[in-house]
Design a protein around this ligand. Structure first.
Ligand SMILES: [Mg+2]
Ligand SMILES: [Zn+2]
Length: 201
């Protein structure tokens, strides 16, 4: 029999990807900061593997939840994004770290590719990826945290009922809604590990 009591559900830390796990890179075509579109552009920010391992040792599942609209916007192919993803997983594995789950949203209603240019329930700040991960991994959202470098990550976490941490956010991002403003993922991890295990009263 399935036990649906919250005691059997695991807490998670949801990680945004670009700007938190890997640095943004300069897009050679636009000169602007962008997601990596080629595997050789992918790298892992300092302290990320150690943070993933520390969170898992403390009992958290560590789940990636990332908007990746570049295909919808016609900037690269799904195959190129798959290669970037595989390279990041490989770099983490080389450092001994393994994510418990990975969720991507490839939609963008303002995109140019008709099959991906549609509204969806997964594009952050919508909470669809976190809710789906909670169902598929048996997670307790009120006991979980969302870490991201953008206000929309914080909104997504709040929409899912999680506590929220900004990490590595540019000065432009509003701090108002986040429970904590961290320098980077290592700093976010220290804060999360110092918090009460549940946000429930
Ligand atoms: Mg980001
Ligand atoms: Zn989506």
């Amino acid at each position: 029999m399935l036990d649906n009591s919250s005691a059997s559900l695991a807490p998670a830390v949801f990680l945004d990807r670009d700007g938190v796990v890997n640095p943004m890179v300069t897009n050679p075509r636009t000169g602007l900061l962008d997601s990596p579109h080629r595997p050789e552009e992918a790298s892992v920010l300092p302290g990320v593997p150690e943070s993933i391992l520390a969170l898992q040792r403390a009992g958290f599942r560590v789940i990636l939840a990332s908007n990746q609209p570049s295909v919808a916007r016609g900037k690269c192919t799904l195959e190129e994004l798959r290669l970037v993803h595989e390279r990041l997983i490989e770099l983490l594995a080389n450092a001994g770290a393994r994510l418990d789950g990975v969720y991507y949203c490839h939609h963008d209603p303002k995109g140019v590719l008709p099959e991906l240019a549609c509204p969806c329930v997964c594009r952050k700040p919508a909470p669809g990826m976190l809710r789906r991960a909670a169902r598929e991994h048996g997670l307790s959202l009120p006991d979980s945290f969302m870490v991201g470098d953008r206000e929309k990550d914080v909104e997504c976490g709040r929409n899912a009922g999680c506590r929220t941490v900004l990490a590595n956010a540019s000065p432009r991002e509003s701090r108002a809604a986040a429970d904590h403003d961290a320098k980077d993922l290592a700093d976010a991890t220290s804060w999360i590990l110092s918090q009460p295990r549940t946000a429930r009263a």
